[in-house]
Design a protein around this ligand. Structure first.
Ligand SMILES: C[S@@+](CC[C@H](N)C(=O)[O-])C[C@H]1O[C@@H](n2cnc3c(N)ncnc32)[C@H](O)[C@@H]1O
Length: 305
């Protein structure tokens, strides 16, 4: 069956996970429609377990049906920031590998009707998890000009952040993706390389789903549970996420993280990771041709010492 999401860097990620022919516990922290999970399930032993986490209930349901023949698969509707709770509930003390394929799926953009894209006109929402209250509608219509300015600058890195914030406040109420995108098109009319609303939409989506904070928490928790020799693979889709992953891997692969290199180290930090991808793995031209989402994908992998 064709699923409305083509997994990115699938073979590379699965190979890096280095799945061995012995029982273990694996985690897909971003199950989505189950593309990566399916390949993991094909390779792990029947006595192994795969826990697939997603905060989007609709995606979980699709993946649950897709993978229903696998008795060793447990789908969990939750946020990966609660990895410790999820593992405790499943009586798991350590894991043999974990993958994070961040962001949102093509299904969520094209079919969920939650206003993730400026290319389709939908109500402003952008919640990955529909149980939460904070939505794009609330942020756009209730945040102050300064608050909007700050998130568009920090999470969107849009140089016209101030003007965008001003126009959003002036044009309220803004109810749809089209209304919001039109403001960005007006402000960023000289932008040729990417759609003028790309950065604004990224900023709002990050704020709605608290994406950067939960990534830091998820990575830290994953590290705590990885067995020695087990691997963590992270696919990110924009520079803010990739920077977090890169800095986290670098910090955890160093013995000393004292700010200024002093004669005597007093941080007592010990390295716990070995980085396996000096540079991020990226999609080649052919892959991008068949799957344009792969264009911005960066895969980084590390192994617990
Ligand atoms: C790129 S898709 C994953 C696609 C999946 N690898 C596949 O092959 O179908 C990212 C998924 O992660 C989920 N997600 C994003 N942030 C999350 C979080 N903090 N906790 C749990 N799931 C999250 C999204 O809802 C989305 O379904």
């Amino acid at each position: 069956m064709n699923y409305p999401h083509q997994p990115v860097l699938l073979n590379q990620t699965i190979e890096f996970l280095n799945i061995k022919n012995k029982d273990g516990v694996w985690v897909d922290a971003t199950l989505g429609l189950g593309g990566h999970s399916e390949e993991i399930l094909k390779r792990i032993t029947p006595g192994s377990l795969l826990i697939g986490i997603d905060c989007d209930e609709e995606s979980i349901e699709i993946a649950r049906k897709r993978l229903k023949h696998y008795k060793n698969f447990i789908p969990v509707h939750s946020n990966f920031k609660d990895l410790d709770i999820i593992l405790a509930e499943n009586k798991v003390n350590e894991i043999d590998g974990i993958i994070f394929d961040l962001g949102f799926s093509s299904y969520q953009i094209e079919k969920s009707g939650r206003g993730f894209s400026f290319l389709v006109n939908e109500k402003l929402d952008m919640r990955l998890d529909k149980r939460q209250d904070l939505s794009a509608y609330y942020i756009i219509n209730h945040y102050s000009k300064d608050e909007l300015d700050k998130i568009i600058k920090e999470y969107g890195e849009d140089k016209n952040h101030r003007r965008l914030a001003e126009l959003i406040v002036k044009n309220r109420p803004i109810r749809t993706t089209k209304e919001l995108a039109e403001i960005a098109i007006r402000v960023n009319k000289k932008e040729k390389r990417i759609h003028p609303a790309t950065r604004l939409f990224q900023a709002i989506r990050i704020e709605v789903n608290n994406e950067l904070d939960v990534l830091e928490i998820g990575l830290r928790k994953a590290l705590r549970y990885l067995k020695s020799g087990a691997r963590i693979a992270v696919i990110s889709f924009h520079s803010l996420e990739d920077r977090i992953v890169k800095n986290f891997f670098q910090k955890e692969s160093k013995d000393c993280i004292c700010e200024n290199k002093k004669m005597i180290c007093n941080c007592n930090h010990k390295k716990v990771l070995k980085i396996l991808t000096k540079k991020p793995v990226m999609a080649d031209k052919d892959m991008i041709k068949t799957n344009p989402r792969a264009r911005s994908a960066h895969l980084r992998v590390a192994e617990k010492i």
